[in-house]
Ligand binder design. Sequence first.
Ligand code: HEC
Length: 150
Amino acid sequence: MKLVKRILVGLLIVLVLLQFWRPEKNVSTENVVADFEAQTQPSTEVALILEQKCYDCHSNNTVYPWYAEVAPISLWIDGHIEEGREHFNVSDWASWDLEKKDHKMDELIEEVEEGHMPEDSYTWMHGKLSPEEKEMLMAWGKKVRTELAE
Ligand code: HEC
């Protein structure tokens, strides 16, 4: 019993100390999706889906839930945000050439179609996309691609 107690106390100390390790927050006071939305013209509904289900990991502004304050969840969430932005960050939209914009929209359609986005770990707390929401996102994505090709 003594050993178990020591291990538990040790774990508790590690957990407490871990709270001091705070990853830098991905937040901005500017409108970090302005360039993206100006060109891609999402409808109000599509813009809302993007805001509620995608921008947290794919823009320079994340709306953090309260549990993101608690390590090690904070570190785990930070990893997803960093990785998501590495692959697709709409806040960099203006710096991409036509080809890259088109390629990213193509990937967006594919990820949504296959049900890969938002990531499963995220949908536990934020909910999945409904079939209608998926349709709306894909239709918008296709329209953007057609317009980019013009
Ligand atoms: C919890 C964070 C998170 C959320 C929310 C999220 N993504 Fe992602 N996304 C990622 C990560 C991590 C990757 C890179 C790894 C991968 O492709 O699975 C990624 C990759 C992508 C890519 C690029 C794929 C590639 O091949 O480079 C696109 C496009 C994308 N996501 C679109 C979306 C859309 C659209 C939504 C909302 C419907 C969304 N994501 C929501 C984390 C997220």
